[in-house]
Design a protein around this ligand. Sequence first.
Ligand SMILES: Nc1nc2c(ncn2[C@@H]2O[C@H](COP(=O)(O)OP(=O)(O)OP(=O)(O)O)[C@@H](O)[C@H]2O)c(=O)[nH]1
Ligand SMILES: [Mg+2]
Length: 463
Amino acid sequence: MITDEVRRTLLAAVDLYPQAREVLRRQLVRLDEPLRVAIAGKVKAGKSTLLNALVGEEIAPTDAGECTKVVTWYRDGPSPRIVQFPQGRSLPVVRRDGALEIALDGPADRLVVDWPSQSLRSTTLIDTPGIASLTTSNSLHATRFLTPDDSTPTEADAVIYLMRHLHSADANFLESFRDQGVARATAINTVAVISRADEIGGGRVDAMISARGIASRYRSDPSLQGLCQNVVAVAGLLAFSGRSLRQNDFVALSALAAVPREELESLLLSADRFADGSVERRALLGRFGVFGIRLAVTLIRQGVTEPSALAAELVARSGLGELQKVLHTQFSERRHLLKARSALLALDGVLRSVGDSRLTGAVERILAGTHEFAELRLLSALRSGTVKVPDLELASRLLGDEGAHPLVRLGLPDGCGPREVGQAAFAALQRWQRHAENPMLTRRAADACRVLIRTCEGLLPRR
Ligand SMILES: Nc1nc2c(ncn2[C@@H]2O[C@H](COP(=O)(O)OP(=O)(O)OP(=O)(O)O)[C@@H](O)[C@H]2O)c(=O)[nH]1
Ligand SMILES: [Mg+2]
């Protein structure tokens, strides 16, 4: 298995390069830790809110003003604990109205929050300050963290990149996040999110439909295809408020559902008019947003009578489920590969800094000998259009774009047995062999067919 090969190579490096022992040891420990996924994007893109939605608890502070100032790690742990670095000092764990409040004690370059949570068990989430932050040094922290130079290994194995609109600065950021060193030029570890999707079109009830349309356009936009694996639209605030809906929210929303339609619409035109001096109403608007209130009220008017049913419907409409599915297929299922890749990047950095090439061959052998790396490289080449093959959709699916399971790769329904898998894999193998024999094929396309053939061979039942 790839993790074992990488571990052996790292151990060999520890013996060879005592001067880099610390860096290498950290990589060895990291290999067995959960996948690290960073949430990045511009200031106020909704990063911390999305993190809370993914965890289902308000652990990342959010605010309408610039809020996240320090790169903050959220890991699963036996009990809540906050440690501020570089000092390594523990901070008090304070929760107000369910939200975690973090007060820094002097200058910090990193915070690590341990939090007992099922959602964090297999993935550590890393909240980052906004890029192009008002305070340049915060932004520098985030940029340095996400796009280290060649000598510093990447701290995150994968990135969720939030953008509210496709902006040239966003594209630049994704460009600079492309792989460094080995395994260069693949966007294998980035998923883009159109965030705050409910605000599109002024928070109309069809906002999420428009947002999904935009996400699908971005998905096929050549300038983005080469930079990220997928694009999903998510209303993080709605997802979080749905996941944490309380009985008193339901009561307040039900009361609003009793207000005549036109009156409510006119109230929702301005936050001040809506709140009308009421602290509860202002809080409700902060928790759900204009769109969330409109949607919840509509659902209650249509006959939703239980808080749990309303909560489930809000989450379902927020796009969180789609994002979770994409994160599962692109990140969780490829966890070993992404972690191995991070370790190899770090090792490559060490080899270059010590100016020794004794292990370069071993690193290259792992990269070339691991078929999944070839699949990922081909997937991004197909996405960015640098390689063209016939039957693009079939090819992408076969390479694991929709999931790594053989049934998914072969487009077979659940429940198919080894016989059907074998037949479908054989048919796919013949298809790609036929394509490979086409004399008009470019060399790159022929190489691509060979990768696909190898994938089909791997799916054939073992004799
Ligand atoms: N309507 C709406 N508002 C949102 C959404 N996500 C976040 N917000 C609001 O946008 C503001 C900023 O949200 P944060 O999650 O703090 O954004 P951030 O990207 O972490 O911000 P910084 O850490 O300061 O860069 C807050 O007032 C949130 O309530 C969303 O999906 N919809
Ligand atoms: Mg934030």
